[in-house]
Design a protein around this ligand. Structure first.
Ligand code: HEM
Ligand code: NAG
Ligand code: NAG
Length: 416
């Protein structure tokens, strides 16, 4: 272990190292403690730094293999995506893969194990995975191009990278070394928007995630939208700022619903507070059920809490069903996150709504008072649909066979 402290017998040692110090002032000894602490903090990461073939540095040689993958997906999968469709798509699939795990029933699968794609023809035919074909089409060519890492790792790594496109997230962690699935997850592992809160929490709990962690994960719906809830409309955002990991999702989901973005009567959908936005029934329930409403409301106008709780719960989710003790911490391979400017961290009521529209549900804390965004009543724009999410994998699971996916389909950034 490298240390800034002088070695025993070092004749250059400073006077403060004399065995019987001459009554140091409190100030002086405090600075010694600080110096020693600093030495410890600096020593370990410095010592374990390795340089990879491409010149990048990381804490563990095993992480070097991730840099070429990172460069490829940055340039060709995400391209210029700034927390848009490609980022959202890459994030959602990480959940649908990882949640195929149960602490009580082994046949639910091995969690974050790539089964969602490896057994795409089976898993993508499940109703809860409607729309995950987009993720398959987006990622399959790159997965085929990177056999050096497991499919499971590819899915979770790409999701972690997607977060770094979204201003407001806390710097994510990434554990590397997942083992790919030998079998598909059975039907029923992924919660659906039509499930009630006890059912969703039971499923999440069975996978190892408690109610607080589940609500923390729902922060992902701050950078999300729906393509398959309203049959005629795509890219309907869950809040007015779907390309920013801010707390608006938690504000807007608590407001009285008044309007559908399109048709009424779609399963899993309830009315939203502003035009263009879509509200999932399950999100509406998370905001209003007594078991989750206070966790939900706590995120409102609290960027730090939202970002930190999500980071922790997401890290746990990304390793469900896997042996973390056999994995390597490759967090330092991830690009730095984009900070959310201070002004954008302040939550607001969208124009046309105000405090009166809050459907208060948490019984122990008041909803924060927020300013109303000035200007006319807005219609939230739909999320632009990335053509790279269209491909030969269909919503019913047909054509979702990894090995059969043409590697040549790898898109160029000009398609963005
Ligand atoms: C636990 C209960 C959850 C339910 C019921 C649920 C349900 C849904 C539904 C119905 C959609 C819309 C799909 C579509 O029509 O295109 C969606 C989108 C999304 N969900 Fe969830 N979700 C849950 C949890 C999560 C979690 C834990 C994450 C990630 C950590 C996540 C990330 C996303 C993302 C990023 C999208 C947007 C996908 C896109 O725009 O392409 N969700 N969710
Ligand atoms: C995308 O980024 C590339 C550089 O990486 C740039 O040449 C191109 O103009 C960008 N495209 C758009 C649409 O901004
Ligand atoms: C375990 O899960 C499988 C797949 O869903 C199911 O068929 C089986 O009945 C479950 N076993 C138990 C003991 O619940």
């Amino acid at each position: 272990m490298r240390s800034l402290e002088p070695k025993v017998g070092d004749n250059t040692k400073p006077s403060w190292c004399s065995p019987v110090p001459a009554a140091p002032t409190p100030m002086f000894s405090k600075s010694l403690v600080v110096l020693a602490a600093l030495a410890t903090v600096l020593a370990s990461p410095l010592e374990r730094r390795v340089t990879c073939a491409g010149g990048q540095t990381t804490s563990n040689e095993a992480c070097c293999v991730l840099f070429p993958v990172l460069e490829d997906i940055q340039a060709n999968l995400f391209g210029n995506d700034t927390c848009g469709d490609a980022s959202h798509t890459a994030l959602r699939v990480s959940f649908h893969d990882a949640i195929g795990f149960s602490m009580t029933n082994k046949s639910f699968g091995t969690g974050a194990d790539g089964s969602i794609f490896l057994f795409g023809e089976t898993e993508l035919s499940y109703p809860a995975n409607l729309g995950i074909a987009d993720a398959f089409n987006l990622e399959a060519p790159f997965i085929n191009g990177h056999p050096e890492i497991s499919v499971a790792d590819f899915i979770q790594f790409t999701a972690a990278v997607s977060l770094t496109k979204c201003p407001g997230v806390a710097q994510p962690t990434f554990m590397f070394g997942r083992v790919d699935a030998k079998a598909p997850a059975p039907i029923g592992t992924v919660p659906q928007p039509t499930d009630n809160i006890p059912v969703i929490l039971a499923r999440m709990g069975d996978a190892g995630l408690n109610a607080q962690e589940t609500v923390a994960l729902i922060a992902s719906h701050s950078i999300a939208g729906a393509d398959d809830i309203d049959p005629n409309l795509q890219g309907l955002p869950f809040d007015s700022t779907p390309s920013t990991f801010d707390t608006q999702f938690f504000v807007e989901t608590q407001l009285r619903g008044t309007v559908f973005p399109g048709s009424a009567g779609n399963a899993g959908e309830v009315m939203a507070p502003i035009k263009g936005e879509l509200r999932l029934l399950s999100d509406s329930n998370f905001a209003r059920d007594s078991s989750t409403s206070c966790f939900f409301q706590a995120n409102v106008n609290n960027q730090q809490l939202m970002a930190n709780n999500f980071k922790a719960a997401f890290a746990k989710m990304q390793s469900l069903g896997q042996d973390v003790s056999k994995m390597v911490d490759c967090s330092d391979v991830l690009p730095p996150v984009i900070p959310l400017p201070g002004a954008q961290q302040a939550a607001f009521f969208p124009s046309g709504t105000d405090q009166e529209d809050v459907e208060q549900a948490c019984a122990t804390a008041a909803f924060p008072s927020l300013p109303v965004l000035p200007g006319p009543l807005e219609t939230v724009a739909s999320i632009f649909q990335d053509p790279a999410t269209d491909g030969n994998c269909d919503d019913d699971g047909s054509g979702c066979v990894l090995s059969e996916f043409p590697t040549a389909a790898k898109r160029s950034s000009s398609e963005l």
